[in-house]
Every structure is written in C-alpha cells, then in structure tokens.
Design a protein around this ligand. Structure first.
Ligand code: XMP
Ligand code: MG
Length: 180
C-alpha cells in the first residue's frame, strides 16, 4: 500500500471482478448494436480501459474532458467543455463512462448535451457512486460500488493530480491535505 494512503476501500481484486461483471452486462445489452463509449477524462481512463476489455462486442470509443466552474469543492453545475468528442452523437447509443458521481451536476450537463445532439439512447456507467453528495436529479444505470461521503483517490481518481495510477481505491491520510 502507498504510504500516503490511510485505508484501502476497494481492492484491486474487487475492481477486477466488478469490471468483468459490468462488461458482461454491457455485452448482453449491446451485442446487436454498435455503442459509442464516452469516457470522461481523466478519471474514467483506467475504468474505461478495463470495462471495454470485458465487452465482447463491437464498441467505438471517444473522450470528453470537462471542467466545472465554481470553487474547488463545490461544483456550480456550469460545465466547460475542455475537449469535445470527435464523433457524431446523432442516432448513436451512448455509454457514458465515469469514475465517480458526486453531486451529479457534471453528468446531468452531459446527458442534456447528448440529448440535444439527438443520441438514440444514453446509459451511464460509473465505477463509484456517492449518493449522499447528490444535488442533481441523475441516476447511473450501472454502478460499480457505493462509497461514503469521503474523498477517495486511486484507479483514476486524484488529489492534486496524484494517485490516479494506484490500482485500488483508497482514502488519504489527513496529513496529506495539510491536516493532522
Ligand atoms: P459531480 O458533478 O458529480 O462531480 O459533483 C463528479 C466529479 O467530481 C470529482 N470528485 C472526486 N474526485 N475523489 C476524487 O478524486 C472524490 O472523492 C471525488 N468526488 C467527486 C470527480 O472528478 C468526478 O468526476
Ligand atoms: Mg471526473
């Protein structure tokens, strides 16, 4: 375990099993289609990579990078597109892949955008869900794990751009935030 991590919430093994399970479910749902998997950068990268390798059907992939206005801890709900898709959304079956849903404001913005662009269908897959943080009326179709209202890092999730490369999800030691 990394020395900055206080505890591991979800192990590498648990994540691996979950990706297999979710990949199989998506295969069943999309085997007759050609879905467009939309990864939300940067946090969804490891999850997207693992989930797509467990999908036994044709799937196209593309990426969005969005940042939300507001202060560091509270999303304002206004989202800025930093990198847009290269793919046309009209008529496509979208699978949005996220690392974590907290307030839900980011996803709510993306869903509205893709509806406006006339997607045929939109499904949300998230590795983590923090239901206590929710302010927007949005629900994921597939959730890997529910997590408590704590700041988590690893497997794509960062603190100041660090820890994304950890293979598990963990909670940081308070001293890393300048606490203790
Ligand atoms: P919403 O719009 O659902 O935002 O509030 C979701 C985005 O907020 C970030 N986020 C976290 N990032 N650890 C992180 O590293 C966390 O515990 C956490 N909670 C929310 C993340 O970027 C996510 O996409
Ligand atoms: Mg994110």
């Amino acid at each position: 375990m990394h020395e900055d991590i206080e505890k591991v919430l979800i192990s590498e093994e648990e994540i691996k099993l979950k990706c297999k399970e979710l990949g199989q479910q998506l295969t069943e749902e999309y085997k007759e289609k050609f879905p467009l998997a939309v990864g939300v950068l940067k946090g969804a990268l490891p999850f997207m990579s693992d989930i797509l390798r467990n999908m036994d059907c044709h799937v196209e992939m593309d990426f969005m990078d969005v940042s939300s206005y507001g202060n560091e801890t509270k999303s304002s709900g206004e989202v800025k597109i930093v990198k847009d898709l290269n793919t046309k959304v009209e008529g496509r079956d979208l699978v949005i892949i996220e690392d974590i849903i907290d307030s839900g404001l980011t996803l709510s913005y993306l869903v509205d955008l893709f509806k406006y662009r006339k997607a045929n269908s939109i499904k949300i897959v998230t590795l983590l869900d923090k239901p206590e943080g929710r302010t927007a009326n949005i629900k994921a179709d597939l959730v890997g794990f529910n997590v408590p209202n704590e700041f988590v890092v690893g497997y794509g999730l960062d603190y100041a751009e660090r820890y994304r490369n950890l293979p598990y999800i963990g909670v940081l030691k308070p001293k890393i935030y300048g606490g203790e």
